[in-house]
Design a protein around this ligand. Structure first.
Ligand code: FE2
Length: 265
């Protein structure tokens, strides 16, 4: 694909998003969140891609995936007034359908189009399915890391906010005391938490902490560590022996993972 294609996609995206602005404050807030998120994910994916030494063509492809990865969010919040996929529909697949209906990608080579749609469809799955081809895997990993990096930053800031996170961003989960022991056990085993088991805001924090086990690229890991996102989320959890054990386990994992991707002199 060419730089001209990306320019066209950006202007189409701007007009598409504009269609969903209504006087409803919740919808407007949701649209503003996701438009800003998209911009940051575009920057993240370019930085990760450059850290890997990707060429111009692949960076354009990666940025297109980032631009469109949450396209479904706009219609989702407009139609259902939530970002909770379980209470509405899978926003990744909704976005793919919107792109296909608009036929915006038809000027691209079939292979590029396939990579873009595949990466978008896979971006919000708990884990990537087996059997992906090398380039499908590369772009799926790029968008998942770029997306996580931004969500973690936003979520860490929301956790530190007086009054707690915006309910729209945390699927309206109740801010009740305690947390699910099942999620703590997953974290201690070094596994991703089960999204379906999250029952309150603390569970959502644990789920986001478990993303540390699902980061693919050294750039992302280093950025997350540098910015202290996990630390900020951790600080907002209750101070219990279990949570302290989770903290120690995550710190150990992070240090080991960072050491593994730092070349020894
Ligand atoms: Fe998404």
């Amino acid at each position: 694909m060419h730089r001209e294609d990306l320019k066209r996609f950006r202007s189409w995206f701007g007009a598409y998003v504009w269609r969903f602005y209504t006087p409803d404050p919740l919808i407007r807030r949701g649209i503003r969140y996701k438009a800003a998120h998209t911009g940051r994910v575009c920057r993240n994916i370019l930085q990760i891609g450059r850290s890997l030494g990707l060429g111009e063509g692949d960076l354009l492809l990666a940025e297109t995936i980032a631009l469109f990865h949450d396209l479904g969010r706009f219609k989702q919040v407009f139609r259902y007034r939530t970002f909770n996929d379980r209470l509405s529909e899978n926003h990744a697949l909704l976005g793919v359908r919107e792109l296909e209906a608009a036929a915006i990608l038809t000027t691209l080579a079939a292979e590029d189009r396939g990579l873009i749609l595949k990466a978008i469809a896979l971006h919000n799955l708990p884990a990537l399915p087996p059997g992906l081809e090398d380039r499908q895997l590369l772009f799926a990993r790029l968008i998942r890391d770029a997306d996580k990096l931004d969500i973690l930053g936003l979520f860490a800031a929301e956790c530190a906010r007086a009054g707690g996170p915006d309910p729209l961003l945390v699927a309206a989960l109740p801010d009740t005391p305690g947390y699910s022991p099942e999620l703590v056990q997953s974290l201690l085993r070094g596994e991703l938490c089960n999204y379906a088991a999250t029952k309150n805001l603390n569970d959502r924090k644990l789920l986001h902490l478990s993303w540390i086990y699902d980061i693919y690229f050294p750039y992302t890991l280093a950025a997350v560590a540098r910015e202290g996102y996990f630390r900020a989320i951790m600080r907002s959890l209750p101070d219990t022996p279990e949570i302290r054990a989770v903290d120690a386990r995550l710190q150990e994992h992070l240090q080991r993972a960072l050491a593994a991707c730092t070349p020894t002199p």
